[in-house]
Design a protein. Sequence first.
Length: 332
Amino acid sequence: MKTVLLTGANGFLGGHLCRELLYRNYAVRAYVRPGSNRQVLNGLPIDIWEGDLRDLANVRAATYGCDYVIHAAALAQVNPARSAAVVDTNISGTAAVLAAAVQGHIDRLVFVGTANVFGFGPKDHPGNETFPYMGQRYGLDYMDSKRAATNLVMEAIRADELPAVLVHPTFMIGPLDYKITSNALLLALYRRQVAGIPAGGKNYVHVADVAKATVNALTMGTVGESYILGNENLSYNEFFTLVSEVVTIQKPTFSIPPVLATFIGHLSEWQSRFLSRPGLLNSAMAMVANDGHYFTVSKAIHALNLPQTPIRMAVKQAFDWFEQHNYLKRTN
């Protein structure tokens, strides 16, 4: 039985990766922070390893005896836009994982990045793995740090001959989101907390599809190549309409002009400075919402057998899970 060291195992994607790996008869060593929420891992026959990703000695010890590494851990905070913790975790943590993988002579490392490290495009010319990074315009440490981490992986492949493949998910939707990460948008729509419809859009993907393609990348795909893992390109208006149809709720009707969205973002920042705590929004988040972050995923479909579960089903399964776990009755 092959053993996989999985960082970020107790996250939204991590919970699905654990289940997919176990389903395929891999042994899983789950690397988690001490004291972190592990609800998504309850009852799974896995080996829990506690530690700080920036602790090279501990990461190296965790890698011992493993055949593969999936590095899915990241700090995805975007509010505030600038965060030393985000930079340190995503860059220093990745550097330690790469060094441990090289020293441990693992068979393959799969790095989980984000599609945002590539340039996006409109629906009629969506971005792909060759489009240069455009995220620097936003001033978000999350995007910038993930781009830097991606560069570290590419350098390890070149300089250290690390056998690594890179996968880059778009916006993930689906069940098992105990910490309420990307699915927060669904709950906000359900609770009528979304004031209007931004001008932009995103590429959406079922989180289970991302897990399948990521595990496939342990034995499929080409070393040194990047693969965007996504599915449907939808404007916010299209996505909000889809959600309203799935759960029979009223979607927002007011379209937010980009100038107004940016002003609201700046206003929220001013309020957060006055109150000494992050607001609900910042100007960087508003700028992102104004743009259409659309991608093509044909490369991953062909090389990694990326499934294409309809986003309508992903939304339905997310809400079914919310209902089963009483999230729909909560106000916060």
